[in-house]
Design a protein around this ligand. Structure first.
Ligand code: ZN
Length: 469
């Protein structure tokens, strides 16, 4: 190099002065070597990288810092799974010094930036009633959480119905919901849809104050608010559970849903329609016997209700349609009426056909305990139903009288007869002749005095017309 410099100076020197110039060359070289070169080698330039007031290290070139920030952001984006940027870009100070510092490589600085840095990202913040509840990577993810919450609410309602079909037509969220897209959301606050869904399903702990009333115990208070006694006492460390005073205030941690739903539903239920029993009477079947001619069958109807519910509680229920899908079938019972001695049919017949000349009720200041049926002396008097003769003979003012006990616990009583045709203990069939019309005892003319009784004495008499066809 020395020779080349001499050659360059020599070739550019004016002619005739060559020797004079040549003497200056060594001096210039001495200045160059001991001045400029020595000076450069002892003073070095570094760049100090500082983040949030904390030094991260030194680099040799300023452009390394920008490259390292870009690399740190790329690496962090890969780890988060979405693009992020450094919230707090590092400050760079130029330092010129005689000292020697160890410098960081691009990769090493990027690692330090990633470890010390806070990252921001563009995300969608879910705001419920003005309160920021969660941040998600995208509007679609946030919307999918809301949709899934509604779908789960609907599925839970639909699964709760037994013996019917519930169709949830519409689910609305009662709180005001906003999805705000922001580009300055801390990256570590952003969570995926599955996480946010779990958070919102779990509910939040709300603080409430309960004022103790007389007669309450920690157990009754805790169980009334869905807490355990341990949870209640844990939330109220200064309270002595043995000495709870009325008026004392307790803090309650009550789980409260983040989201409240209102739903419109259509509920269709199938209900049974009961069948009726129809009685038919058969004169060829013995009294006391019966048979089923036709089994009854339940009918079915579909009832449709419109429901409105808030958080699972029904707040409105309206019947909108009722449709019979199957008519019930009557049960038909055939009852025998063929008279059998000693057997009651349960239905009375007229003991004598004739005009009623005096009804049941007060008469002449006394009680007429039966009905008088007009008849001619000697006309047959028939048993109103099958049964057993419990009295037959003279009965004071009633004259010749007969009383029959029936299976249902009823008694029939026949009086003023001219003659009796049965004896005590006889089993008589419905329609069997038990005596003949007369005017014996306290009677003003020939007729039958007929009574229906609940026991054997006249005091048990009841109005007979209700029993007669
Ligand atoms: Zn009478």
């Amino acid at each position: 190099m020395y020779k080349r410099v001499l050659a360059w100076i020599g070739s550019h020197a004016p002619p005739g002065s060559r020797r004079w110039w040549a003497a200056l060359v060594p001096a210039a070289i001495v200045v160059y070597l001991f001045g400029t070169t020595v000076y450069v080698q002892s003073q070095s330039t570094y760049y100090r990288v500082v983040m949030d007031g904390r030094p991260l290290g030194y680099v040799a070139g300023q452009e390394t810092v920008g490259d390292a920030v870009a690399l740190a952001e790329r690496n962090a984006s890969r780890e988060y799974g979405f693009p992020v940027r450094l919230a707090n870009p590092p400050a760079v100070e130029q330092i010129i010094t005689h000292e020697r510092y160890e410098t960081l490589s691009l990769q090493a600085l990027a690692e330090r930036l990633q470890a010390a840095g806070d990252f921001l990202t563009r995300a969608t913040v879910l705001v419920v009633d003005g309160q920021e509840v969660a941040a998600l990577p995208s509007k679609e993810a946030a919307q999918s959480v809301l949709d899934e919450l509604k779908a789960r609410y609907a599925r839970r309602l639909e699964a709760s119905v037994e013996g019917g079909r519930l169709d949830v037509r519409r689910v609305t969220i009662q709180q005001s919901i906003r999805l705000e897209e922001r580009d300055d959301v801390p990256a570590d606050r952003v969570r995926d849809a599955v996480d946010v869904l779990a958070q919102l399903m779990g509910g939040k702990q709300a603080q409430r104050v309960h004022v103790v009333r007389a007669g309450e115990s920690p157990w009754t208070i805790a169980s009334a608010h869905g807490m355990t006694v341990a949870e209640l006492l844990g939330a109220n460390p200064g309270v002595d559970p043995q000495r709870l005073q009325p008026g004392e205030e307790l803090r309650l941690n009550v789980p409260e849903p983040w989201i409240s739903f209102e739903s419109e539903e259509v509920l269709t239920v199938t209900e049974r329609i009961p069948f009726a029993t129809r009685r038919e009477y058969d004169a060829n079947l013995d009294a006391g016997k019966q048979r089923v001619k036709q089994e009854g069958e339940y009918g079915e109807k579909q009832i449709t209700y419109a429901l409105r519910r808030r958080d699972g509680r029904i707040v409105e229920q309206r019947k909108v349609e009722e449709q019979v899908t199957r008519q019930p079938v009557d049960r038909i019972l055939v009852i025998g009426t063929k008279p059998v001695a000693g057997v009651s049919t349960g239905r009375l017949i007229w003991p004598l056909r004739g005009r009623i000349t005096s009804g049941y009720g007060p008469r002449w200041g006394a009680m007429h305990t039966g009905i008088d049926i007009d008849g001619a002396t000697g006309q047959a008097v028939r048993a109103a139903d099958g049964g057993t003769v419990v009295s037959a003979g003279w009965d004071g003012g009633y004259g010749y009288a007969v009383q029959i006990r029936h299976d249902s616990g009823l008694y029939t009583f026949y009086a003023h007869m001219s003659r009796i045709a049965v004896d005590v203990g006889d089993a008589v069939a419905q329609g069997q002749v038990i005596g003949y019309v007369g005017s014996t005892g306290r009677s003003t003319g020939s007729h039958l005095h007929f009574e229906v009784r609940r026991c054997t004495s006249p005091g048990c008499a009841v109005p007979p017309l209700g029993f007669l066809p």
